[in-house]
Design a binder for this molecule. Structure first.
Ligand code: COA
Length: 168
């Protein structure tokens, strides 16, 4: 699978069907369901369909999408991070989610920094957006730490979200 970026502690690469078990785990974390959505992915087969219609379709359409984030060494999968293009937003936005046991150690910051740098360079982007629910304190904090600026709010999938923009 193509590697998107290598950082000090992480390897960030495109998803493949072999990641289906990890997807079932991540998408059913209470934190994922609460702060993102219940994608109704409960089985390995449903995870393969999610990967094909989501990240893999995005790689084909845009050259970018959500990626697997793994620890270097053992290759333990810890989360997802990447650029996505939704019809509802003008430009690409940054998406991320990590397993709870890998939060609070700077992994999301490290992965997002690498994804932004690689994605903006490879796709000649001037700006990347981000959306997050106002009560998702960790996510709002992460975006500000990455250098995103608040750009008001946007209604998305029936909820009001904070809108952020990162410019280089
Ligand atoms: C949003 C989410 C990715 C943020 O994760 P996170 O663990 O807070 O982010 P990081 O991995 O960058 O960790 C930051 C914390 O690690 C600390 N840290 C430790 N070592 C660090 C290092 N080497 N570098 C940077 N920060 C470090 C920071 O001080 C910070 O601590 P704080 O939370 O007390 O301020 C995570 O909560 C998550 O996956 N949530 C569920 C899904 C979700 O909400 N996605 C976003 C939808 S919009």
């Amino acid at each position: 699978m193509p590697t998107v970026s290598d950082t000090e502690r992480l390897t960030i690469r495109h998803f493949a069907h072999e990641d289906a078990d990890f997807i079932v785990r991540l998408l059913n974390e209470p934190s994922f369901i609460r702060h993102i959505a219940d994608k109704q992915v409960r089985t390995r087969e449903e995870a393969v369909r999610y990967l094909d219609s989501g990240p893999v379709a995005s790689y084909c359409a845009h050259g970018f999408g959500l990626n697997l984030v793994q620890l270097k060494g053992e290759g333990t999968p810890i989360g997802m991070c990447g650029l996505v293009k939704r019809d509802e937003l003008e430009g690409p936005d940054l998406g991320y989610a990590f397993l709870p046991e890998f939060c609070g150690q700077g992994y999301a910051f490290e992965a997002a920094t690498a994804v932004l740098e690689q994605g903006m360079r490879a796709h000649a982007l001037e700006s990347v957006l981000a959306v997050t629910l106002p009560d998702n304190a960790r996510s709002n904090r992460l975006l500000r730490a990455l250098g995103f600026r608040a750009r008001g709010t946007v209604d998305l999938y029936g909820a009001r979200n904070n809108l952020y923009e990162y410019r280089r």
